[in-house]
Structure formats: structure tokens, C-alpha cells
Design a protein around this ligand. Sequence first.
Ligand code: 13P
Ligand code: SF4
Length: 328
Amino acid sequence: MLTNQSIGYMDAPVPEGLDLKEAIDKLRKEKRAVILAHYYQTGDLQDIADYVGDSLALARWAAGAKADIIVLCGVHFMGETAKILCPDKKVLVPDLNAGCSLADSCPAPAFAEFVGRHPGHTVISYVNTTAAVKALTDVVVTSTNARQIVESFPEGTPMIFGPDRNLGDYINSVTGRRMLLWDGACHVHEQFSLEKILSLKKRYPDAEVITHPECKRPVIAVSDFVGSTAALLRHTVTSGARRFIVATESGVIHEMRKQSPDKTFIPAPPNDSTCACNVCNFMRLNTLEKLYNCLKFELPEIRVDEEVRRKAVQPIQRMLEISERLGL
Ligand code: 13P
Ligand code: SF4
């Protein structure tokens, strides 16, 4: 994940007494930068961002950005997707170590071999993949549009889905398709404890269990609603329930509380920890200090090999076109 760029910039000391929010705002204006943040970022980063959204929204905003610099407060593949869509812009991620265990579970050479063993299959890849895997893909999907994009292909189309086996299994179950699944997973979403969720549900019988489709099948099976981060957020606003047990990275609860201050949100706990909530340690590497340094030094920058980029942009564009056509 790390490149040979000096990552010392990321941890450069911030001048004492500096009002970070003011300084970030000043730099953003001076440098014509736009700050995009994923819902899994800490509240302070979400609050300072120009736009906060799920993976699909981040890709859309990046594609339409007028700014000279895109700062993506999220993980590496999100920055890479922005760079693939906007090769002429500078794309920065505050901490270049912010990877993704799901993307890492699918190395491009092994995926190429898997694809090669199944000729004639349409290759659907989750956006949580490296540029090299996207370059081997027919259509990229996010958790917001995966179901509809899979269903946009005629029934009986042979398909490969990678890298998330839980999301793939969920899409197969709701569509009746039989896509071949790559055996990858996200370490955060695999960790939710079914027992602890059931005991919370017993304690708060009025609460709805709302779950990201990267979770394992038994957790999905006890859920009242399953969806992407944006869909979960929307659901908490429109549902009549007053209390929610949230089975996804707990950063999203920040925006849920903002949009429904009168409702209660309980993070679903992970298996092997005394901690009550579940966080993505990669996402949490980004901080306000690193965002300041990243704007100040215009580093660390995301770079993508041009040949890989030219191949990878096609399945992303295809996703954006199909999503647009389907009104997603
Ligand atoms: P969303 O597409 O719901 O934003 O999910 C991104 C992600 O990384 C989930 O772990
Ligand atoms: Fe990757 Fe999981 Fe973190 Fe999402 S929550 S960025 S899938 S490691």
C-alpha cells in the first residue's frame, strides 16, 4: 500500500495553538480542494468534509468534481477509484496506510487465475478492490447497486462475483442467481457477534437490527433491514422504529444521530472484544491533523499506472451508467 512517497508528511507536527478546522478551511479554499468523506470516518472529519457519503456517492462526487484537488477521507481503494475517474486531478488520502482487508483478500494475480479458470463468465467486482482487480472486471458494483446491477443481466448469465463472499452470498440469496464467489471478507463485518446481537434484541425488543450486507449470513438472517451505509441511514430516518441495533462500522452512527436526534442507536458488538462497538482500524487512521498536513503538503498522493487505469475505468463507468439508468 505504501509508495515511495515520504509518508513523514502525514505525521508532521501541527503548529501549537492552531485552529485546525479554520486552517483546513483556509487551505481548502486557497488550493481549490474538495474534501470527500466516507460515513466510517470519525465525526470531526465527517463534519468538516464538503460531502459525506457511501462508496457510490464518493465515486459520483469524484467523477463530477470541479476542484483541482480531491481529498478522500476514506481508504485507499476509494482514493484510487477517484484517481481512476479523474486522472488529471491530484487525489490525496490523509493516511496512505488506510487500506482495506477486503481488498487485500483479493490479490490481482490470483483473481486473474480464477477468472481464467471460468471462461465466458461476466466478472462483477465490488468497489472494495484494487485498481488491478478492477482492470480484470466487467462491471464494478457497490453495496448500494449490487443487487440491481446483477439483476440487469439476463437470468442464466454465468457470473463471477468478488471479492466479498458474504455480499455475494446475500446477492445470490435475494436474486436467485448462482454467481461463483471469490472467498474474501472484511475483518470488521465478519466480526459481529450473533449472540451479542440477540441478547441486545432481547433487552430492547422494540429495536430494529439493521445490517450491512458484508456481514455473515446468520447475522443477516436475524436482521430487520439489510443495506449499504447510505441505505441504512435512509432507513433510520424513514422507519417508525425509535431504536436501532447497528451492525456495520460504528462511524455511520454519527450521521444517523444527526439526522434523527430523537432516536437511539446501539452499535452491534464484535465477537472477541470487550469493546461495545466495531470500528475499521484502517478508516480510523485518518485524523484531522493528517487532513491538515495532507492539504498543506499536497501529500500523500494516490497514483495509478496508466495502463491499469485505462482498463479499470471502464467497469467503473459502466457501473455509473447502469446506476444512472436505473435511477439509483
Ligand atoms: P458502502 O458502499 O456501504 O459505503 O460500504 C463501504 C465499505 O467499505 C463497507 O465496509
Ligand atoms: Fe474495508 Fe471492511 Fe474497512 Fe470497509 S470496513 S474499508 S470493507 S476493512
